[in-house]
Ligand binder design. Structure first.
Ligand code: TRP
Length: 334
């Protein structure tokens, strides 16, 4: 607990261009959690280098992501918004937790298997121990809850196993985190292959709406979205393309899927797609304007980066000192 509030941790990688799916599915909902919990939202740049990155691009994208957190409505005075690499405790705890994690456990991680298939020329040890760094992120702040997508559930389970294992050996050191299961964000699918999640690493740029796409591009992508020949705006699994567009429209307008169905009863897909495009623009345009405004205020963003890194370091150091003592590292001489 911090200030009588439960602690929440989550992070995002600054790799690839963020999509509407990242925003509607995660970021937008983080904002709703920020009153109820003491929140730590990290830009996990240390995770990013498990895959080869261009340094200048990574730096630029990390800053853009941090700015986006604020533009999306996270208050950096209330929420701790910071770069993972600015808090050395992540690396230090990660090392210790490596010694409490089994090769067999890491070998079972499906994301590791997927990523090693995808990056066969660079299956580095960091890629293998990626979930341990993630466990360190979460346990360092004694997080109670972690909002994560289904693809990260296995990593969260491992985090819990590591925490329980450590606590069994050394007493109550770590809070064992739970997945956040409140109102989950909309799961947005690709506009071109509606059975696949909208992804920032999709090769087909028409499948994803990127957060910084201009209005014309957004409208064009919506118009080209794959639908079907039913000619009926209905919310059902048999029409995955239309269903996805309804989800997007709902998430942007706050209307329920059945309200959307009635709104477009008797209307063609052309009108519907146009309306979806406009709804997306009405959400993303203000967000983009805010990003630009914030980007222009370099001193402000810098001050947020500095203050929040200090705040994160303060809480991280508390946990780390406790852990170091438990495993037998000598006390520092002051
Ligand atoms: N691995 C997560 C992802 O790619 C990002 C992440 C890193 C994370 N550390 C975390 C998410 C801790 C939640 C909690 O989506």
């Amino acid at each position: 607990m911090i200030n009588d509030k439960k602690i929440l941790f989550s992070g995002m990688q600054a790799t690839g261009n963020l999509t509407l799916g990242n925003y509607l599915g995660a970021l937008k909902n983080w904002v709703n959690l920020s009153d109820e919990y003491e929140c730590f939202y990290s830009v996990v740049d240390m995770h990013s280098i498990t895959v080869r990155q261009d340094p200048a691009t990574l730096r630029k994208r990390a800053r853009a992501l941090l700015t986006l957190y604020i533009a999306a409505g996270l208050d950096p005075k209330k929420n701790c918004i910071y770069y993972q690499s600015h808090v050395s405790g992540h690396a230090e705890l990660s090392w210790i937790l490596n010694c409490f994690t089994y090769m067999g456990e890491l070998n079972r991680m499906t994301q590791f298997k997927d990523k090693s298939a995808k990056h066969a020329d660079n299956i580095n040890a960091g890629l293998f121990t990626y979930p341990v760094l993630m466990a360190a992120d979460i346990l360092l702040y004694q997080a109670d809850v972690v909002p994560v997508g289904i693809d990260q559930m296995q990593h969260l389970e491992l985090t819990r196993d590591i925490a329980i294992r450590f606590n069994n050996l050394y007493g109550d050191v770590f809070t064992v985190p739970e997945a956040y299961i409140g109102k989950v964000g909309a799961k947005i699918m690709s506009l071109q292959e509606p059975c696949k999640k909208m992804s920032k690493s999709d090769e087909n740029p028409n499948g994803s709406i990127y957060l910084m796409d201009d209005p014309d591009t957004i409208i064009r992508k919506c118009k080209r979205a794959v639908t079907d020949s039913e000619a009926c705006v209905a919310y059902r699994d048999e029409q995955p393309g239309v269903k996805n567009l309804i989800d997007i429209y709902s998430a942007c307008t706050g209307k329920t899927p059945s309200e959307v169905e009635s709104e477009f009863e008797g209307k063609g897909y052309g009108d519907f797609k146009m309306a979806v495009g406009e709804a997306v623009v009405s959400i993303l345009k203000p967000l983009q304007d805010r990003v630009k405004e914030l980007e222009a205020d370099k001193a402000y963003i810098d001050s947020i980066i500095k203050e929040n890194a200090e705040k994160a370091n303060y809480y991280a150091a508390k946990t780390l000192r406790k852990v170091q003592r438990k495993v037998g590292f000598p006390d520092r001489i002051r």
